[in-house]
Structure formats: C-alpha cells, structure tokens
Design a protein around this ligand. Structure first.
Ligand SMILES: Cc1cc2nc3c(=O)[nH]c(=O)nc-3n(C[C@H](O)[C@H](O)[C@H](O)COP(=O)(O)OP(=O)(O)OC[C@H]3O[C@@H](n4cnc5c(N)ncnc54)[C@H](O)[C@@H]3O)c2cc1C
Length: 378
C-alpha cells in the first residue's frame, strides 16, 4: 500500500520510477506491453537539460547511439529569413541530442532492472479510482492495488482520462523515416517551415531522421510514394542544402494533436508526460517536458512526509510548480505550428523579420536557445 504505483513504463514513467527509487521512495511500475515488445520507431531529440537529468540517473552512459546537434538551421520555404544557432556560440557542448526512442526505452529498462525497481510487464491498468486515503487501480488480470499515489504515465492512452482543458486537431500528420543525404550532416539539424507544415531533419548516426509534417491527405500520399518518388519529392520540398537524398528507410505516420489535460486527475492520482500534455513535434518538446514532469514529481515525493503523499496539497504544489514550464512549451509549440504553417503574405513577411532578428541579435538567440535546452524556466 505504501508503494507509489506508476502506470506505464514509457520513457516518462520509467524516468519517474528510477528517480523515485534513487531517492529511496518505494515504487512499482505496471506496463501494458510485454517485456519483449519491440520499441517505438520514432526518433527523439533531447535537449541539453534532458541529458543532465539522464546523467544523474545513470542512464546517459548506457546510450550508445546518440548524435549531438551542434548547429540548427531554421528557414522558411519561399521567403526570406534564416536563423542559425550554434552550440559553441552559446557555450554548450551541443544544442541537443538525437537518439532512437527504442534505445532510450531499452536503457531505461536495464537501469530499472539494476535498481531493482519492480516492473510488471504485460499488465494493463483498466481503471483508477480516487479515494480519501489512497487511490486504487484495477488491472486487466483481475487485481486491485491501492497506493497513496498513482502516477499515470500511459501516454494518454488509458481509459478514464479527465476531459482535456483544451485540445486541437492540427489536421497534420508526421511522416517519419531515416534518410541518407548526398552531403554529410556535420551534426547540423534543419527546421524548415513550409505552408504545408514544418519539416525537420535531425542528424542521426550517418543519416538524418526526417519528420515531415503535412495535411492528412498529402501525408498519406507522401508516405505511399515509391522510394525514388519520395526522395525526389523531399528534395523538391526541402531544397538542395544537403544535396540529393539517396535512400529512405521505412516510413511511419503519426497524426498530430495538441491535448492539454494537465496533471490533476483526482486525489492521490497525478498525470505526467503525454498523459498530461501531447504536443506537435515541431520543436521537439514533448518528451523533454515529460522528463521534467517526472523529475520534479519524484523530487517532490521525496520531500513529502509519507502521510501527505498524494494529498490535495501535494498535488496542488506539483501542478503549480509545473504550470509555467508546461504551458510555456505548449504555447511555444502551438504558436510555431499556427504562425508558420500557412502562406498568408503578411505573416510570411513577419516570420522573415522574426528569423532575421533571431539571426542578428545574440541576446535573442541565447533566450530562444536556452528555452529549447532547459524549458520555459531556462
Ligand atoms: C513523430 C514524433 C516525433 C517526436 N519527436 C520528439 C522529439 O524530438 N523530442 C521530444 O522531446 N519529444 C518528441 N515527441 C514526443 C514524444 O515521443 C512523447 O512526448 C514521449 O514519447 C511521451 O512519453 P510517455 O512516456 O509520456 O508516453 P509513451 O511514450 O506513449 O509511453 C506510454 C507507456 O504507457 C503504456 N501504457 C499505455 N496504456 C497503459 C495501461 N492502460 N496500463 C499500463 N500501461 C499502459 C504504453 O504501453 C507505453 O509504454 C515526438 C512525437 C512524435 C509523434
């Protein structure tokens, strides 16, 4: 009964459980997928701040396929305005790090095992009920477990989520795959805004991880092209900065929505990561914010007397502490999608001016880069 129960061993739930265990708080994790499930195919860009957290958890040194981003090139299609961010100008070793989601998941799984955190794989949670002293959850295999704090880190997929405070369907879909380009990437990432949606190229090993967002029908068309037609379409859409695109890996699609449910669910229940907010991937903020959710929740649990764990005052303090960072990330991401995914002439010119200002004003560059690296409180 005194164990904290974490629902979901995705990267956010796993980080939360590890951080709790590291601080001596008893925790158990329930994960719907079997232990040998194949990892997700998406690629994650981690901010420098995320690296610092993973280092403190002893996870960073387990990651072998990390590609640093030392420069970011930001531009818009068909109009003036380019901004470039460089790690050395900002005094950090890298602006971010690119790695496969599946590798992060595997490293976290090993770390949980070594820390002797009990993780029950293949156990889906069907229901969570709040109570005065504790929350109870029902597993699909017929058990009922009680805990002073149930941490919902199910990626927003579980039943019984409270209605979101706000949500938006961007009617965009991300087409995701790895691509090889004619010129080596030299650790430079690209973010290119087009009227159809943003296109990101993230250096990943010898290749690029591509996140190409487009309206739903167009994305489905792009995803179904032959490899040769896909590579030609990408060249036409992105331009020739990296030369021609030579090879493409298997393509996957992800529908994109904004959902903000927030951390509050009921007494003794808290939501974190994608269960609390799901963002468009344009600025690579989703997991980075979820990681900070997990880290800060674990720190607060360690500082809370056992009798107060999960009570209304503790959950309100957590929500207050996270609000600025989370809403800052949600607002920034939503702003980028809405302001940059159109071809309205006055906005196009304003965007161009904004990018030129970013390029020309070092304090503005530092401000934007720090927020991307450390969140709204960076
Ligand atoms: C195309 C794309 C690109 C992205 N790129 C980036 C990026 O570059 N940088 C970044 O920071 N973010 C990025 N994101 C966002 C990032 O992927 C998510 O924010 C992150 O994966 C959320 O982690 P999570 O642990 O909260 O949820 P998830 O990764 O969804 O994990 C949830 C876990 O809970 C389990 N689960 C679900 N239901 C139950 C249940 N009922 N009982 C028990 N377990 C359950 C699931 O099996 C899963 O293991 C991207 C997203 C997309 C779609």
């Amino acid at each position: 009964m005194s164990e904290i129960l974490v629902v979901g061993a995705g990267p956010v739930g796993a980080v939360c459980a590890l951080a709790l265990a590291q601080q001596g708080v008893a925790v158990r994790v329930l994960e719907a997928q079997p232990a040998d499930a194949r990892g997700d195919v998406r690629t994650l860009a981690l901010a420098h701040g995320a690296r610092l957290i993973l280092e403190r958890l002893g996870v960073w040194e387990r990651l072998s396929e990390v590609t640093p981003i030392t420069r970011i090139h930001i531009s818009q299609c068909g109009a003036l305005g380019v901004a470039r961010l460089a790690a050395d100008e900002l005094g950090v070793p890298a602006l971010g790090y690119v790695l496969p989601y599946a590798q992060l998941a595997a490293a976290l799984k090993d770390a949980l095992r070594e820390a002797e955190v009990p993780v029950e794989y293949g156990v889906a949670v069907d229901r969570i009920d709040a109570g005065r002293e504790a929350a109870t959850l029902a597993t699909r295999d017929g058990r009922t477990l009680a805990s002073p704090l149930v941490v919902v880190a199910d990626g927003g997929r579980g039943e019984g989520a409270p209605p979101p405070w706000f949500e938006a369907d961007y009617e965009q879909v991300a087409v995701v795959c790895d691509v090889a380009s004619e010129r080596p990437h030299a650790n430079q990432a690209y973010e290119r805004f087009t009227p159809m949606g943003p296109v990101a190229l993230l250096p990943k090993g010898e290749r690029y991880a591509l996140v190409w967002t487009a309206p739903r029908a167009e994305a489905e068309r792009i995803a179904a092209l032959s490899d040769a037609d896909f590579l030609a379409a990408l060249y036409a859409h992105f331009g020739g900065r990296q030369g021609h695109f030579l090879e493409a890996g298997v393509r996957r699609t992800f529908p994109l929505r904004l959902t903000y449910t927030g951390s509050a669910a009921a007494d003794h229940v808290v939501r974190i990561g994608n269960a609390a907010q799901t963002l468009h991937p344009v600025a690579g903020q989703g997991f980075n914010i979820g990681l900070r959710d997990a880290w800060e929740l674990a720190a607060l649990c360690a500082d809370t007397a056992p009798a107060r764990l999960g009570d209304a005052a503790m959950l309100a303090a957590y929500a207050r502490g996270r609000r600025f960072d989370v809403l800052g990330g949600v607002g920034f991401t939503d702003f980028l999608v809405r302001v940059f995914s159109n071809d309205v002439a006055p906005l196009r010119h304003a965007r161009g001016l904004g990018l030129m200002a970013l390029e020309a004003l070092p304090p503005l560059k530092t401000f934007v880069a720090r927020r991307m690296m450390f969140g709204a409180r960076g």
